[in-house]
Design a protein around this ligand. Structure first.
Ligand code: PLP
Length: 429
């Protein structure tokens, strides 16, 4: 593959953008090499500026669940922009979006639109703190909730000790308020709540971890967390920025039958435009300004073009059988990848929930963060590049989930598996 144009653009970009990109993982730092620059995207494919085509399993990191450049979404955007790009005053699309989200996610009796997943999670923990009068929050190793200060924190030396920043610029005084638990560990959660329960405002979790590869919850784990939060008066916050409308129409909370107090959204609800939202119980959401005293605002929040794109995409995912088909496609891909790896003699296991999946270079079943990080990262990086050379774009990091779209039909998935058959041979060496 020729990458001359991408290389020239990356050279220019690196002079002016930190690392040459506007979001770190795009820079290929963990897999090595240079990113390609995209010219256009359509259906399951990305096309780069050198004319190369890739089957895309990144899907703009989740939003593109109906494939790229879907005509219905494009039409909705075109229609919306005829009326103007931003009003700074209420418009009907915001009401329709709120009606749609609260209908599809019954735990959300009210919602507030924002502009990114990061804004949604930051706002949700402010609400949790404001509503409970408590300061501490609990999160999980390997979960990502955006780049807010309170989330860029790891566990201190012991599980029950105060959190420490993972990025310069995060004040230690703030990070101390974030407690970090190992995901899927029942006893650790019980012990933390027994010691700190009455100081905990809220517990935030990716119900299916999609930011440490893809790790589903153990049976009963989310129920356990629900029970602990209820017992200690802490709010259970599901971060469904990734899982929302992807693992099931009603998100992970519908899939696993849990009712969180608050939920955060992003990605799919914007149809590819910059959008986030948070919602939950009416008694909590009505404490948000101007209905209540907890402040949160946004110049572009509820933007009419973004609402139009998101609503068009939410229409498409409500088509009967949409998620069954998406899940079957993901399962077909995972089975094909496992078979291809076995053929080549490379130990690989996969995970899958609805339209998200994980690929681990290990022969163990993976359901903890420690297991995910113990996998063979060198093998993944070799596989990533071997797939890219064969026209398949996986997330450029061993710690990201894969995303299926409804545009990935059987022939696209089979082409992916064919490429993988060769790529696993490269890994085997
Ligand atoms: N929460 C989860 C689970 C995410 O995966 C992400 C981003 O990938 C975020 C929050 C942050 O969203 P954004 O990148 O839109 O700020």
């Amino acid at each position: 593959m020729n990458h001359d144009q991408s290389h020239a653009l990356f050279t220019r970009a690196q002079k002016l953008l930190p690392g040459g990109v506007n979001s770190p993982v795009r820079a290929f730092k963990s897999v090595g090499g240079e990113p390609f620059f995209v010219q256009r995207a359509d259906g399951p494919y990305l096309y780069d500026v050198d004319g190369n085509r890739y089957i895309d399993y990144v899907g703009s990191w989740g939003p593109m669940i109906v494939g790229h450049n879907h005509p219905a979404v494009r039409q909705a955007v075109k229609h919306a922009i005829n009326n103007g790009l931003s009003f700074g005053a209420p418009c009907e699309a915001e009401v329709v979006m709120a009606e749609t989200l609260t209908r599809l996610i019954p735990s959300c009796q009210m919602v507030r639109m924002v502009n990114s997943g990061t804004e949604a999670t930051l706002s949700a923990i402010r609400l949790a703190r404001g509503a409970t009068g408590r300061n501490r929050i609990v999160k999980f190793e390997g979960c990502y909730h955006g780049h807010g200060d309170s989330f860029l924190v790891k566990a201190g030396s012991g599980m029950l000790t105060l959190g420490v920043p993972t990025s310069p610029g995060v004040p230690a005084g703030l990070s101390e308020l974030t407690l970090t638990l190992p995901y899927n560990d029942f006893e650790a959660a019980t012990a933390l709540f027994a010691e700190q329960g009455e100081h905990i405002a809220g517990l935030i979790i990716e119900p299916v971890v999609g930011n440490a590869n893809c790790i589903p919850p153990r049976d009963g784990y989310l129920q356990h967390l629900r029970a602990l939060c209820t017992q200690y008066g802490a709010l259970l916050i599901f971060d469904e920025v990734m899982t929302g409308f992807r693992v099931a129409l009603g998100g992970a909370q519908a899939h696993y039958g849990i009712t969180p107090d608050l939920t955060t959204f992003g990605k799919i609800i914007g149809g590819g435009m910059p959008v986030g939202a948070y919602g939950g119980r009416a008694d909590l959401m009505s404490q948000i300004a101007p209905a209540g005293p907890i402040y949160q605002a946004g110049t572009l929040s509820g933007n009419p073009v973004a609402m139009a794109a998101g609503l068009a995409m939410l229409d498409l995912v409500q088509e009967p059988g949409f998620h069954d088909r998406l899940s079957a496609a993901s399962a077909r891909l995972c089975a094909g990848l496992e078979a291809a790896a076995a053929e080549a003699g490379v130990p690989v296991t996969t995970t899958q929930v609805g339209g998200m999946f994980g690929l681990f270079f290990t022969d163990q079943k993976v359901d903890t963060y420690a297991q995910a990080t113990a996998c063979d990262i060198t093998a993944f990086n070799t596989f990533f590049h071997a797939m890219l050379e064969r026209g398949v774009f996986l997330a450029p990091s061993a710690y990201e989930a894969g995303f299926m779209s409804s545009a990935h039909d059987d022939s696209v998935i089979d082409a992916t598996i064919d490429a993988a058959r060769e790529a696993f041979k490269v890994v085997k060496g």
